[in-house]
Design a binder for this molecule. Sequence first.
Ligand code: Q46
Ligand code: ZN
Ligand code: ZN
Length: 309
Amino acid sequence: MRCRKCGQKAAINLHEHRLALCKDHFLEWLLEYTEKTIKKYSLADRQERIIIAISGGKDSLSLWDILWRLGYKTEGVHINLGIDGGVKYSDISEQFAQKFAIERGLALHIIDIQEIYKKNIHQMAAMSSHGKQKPCSVCGLVKRHILNKFALDEGYDVLATAHNLDDEAATLMMNTLDWNQELLIRQYPFLPAQEGFIRKIKPFCRVYEREAAAYALMRGIDYVYDECPYSQGNPQSQVKKILNQMELSQPGLKLQYYLNFLNARKTGFFTPASHKKSAESGFICSQCGQPTSHEDRICEFCRLISKKN
Ligand code: Q46
Ligand code: ZN
Ligand code: ZN
């Protein structure tokens, strides 16, 4: 297998694009492809201050490296959730994020929830009826709240997350399995700013997880290899396995599935106009100032952290 651009031995075969590339041309290609995604969906421009959510994994560090190389104004924010899982998962993730930022002279902000809220994510989850078995839904709520608050308080223009195509396709499948209109409406490469919400973008939404991993390896980026100990067996990883099976016999299936959904939106399906009410709006939380759907004006996050053990 030869690189289509230079004829050297190919390092990766991008089946969905029918394109084989050597290491140098793949690194160049992923930068161009990410830039095309940013332009296609008008995600950001080079004057804007972008804050990127950095987990310390392959996706977020590859995304940061690419946006930095493309000349976007970026800083990173990492949330230490206090997850141990026998491998000191959170502390090691933080170390990889720090190392990456120091090597490139980039600013990384660390938010340690144990320092601020005196509880790690297990303890927060144990206080919620949603989190008794697994902390993921509480973890999602906490991360969304903290990232939004930090980005608004510090005056960034936009919050970027490294959700990749595998994440988006799995989310889409889960949202269609129960026809969750609220979530289908919100699923797009960007979410516009609203009162109390920063604009959010996903520049890797068309990038396969294996491509983000290949980029990190070929670029020599050190990242945390271990998955979060809670990721195994969660519904999203089960759906990912099914989609991976299907992709094996039909290369490009995930990309087509996601892009066809975006095309369907253009014709009016699952667009904000087709469904008027947003889930997280209506009232302002009296404690943190962020939007909430609760009439008593206390948002889900503030309810959670005010609970006693
Ligand atoms: S970090 Fe948090 Fe994920 Fe771990 S506890 Fe679940 S949600 S799996 S992306
Ligand atoms: Zn080449
Ligand atoms: Zn609140």
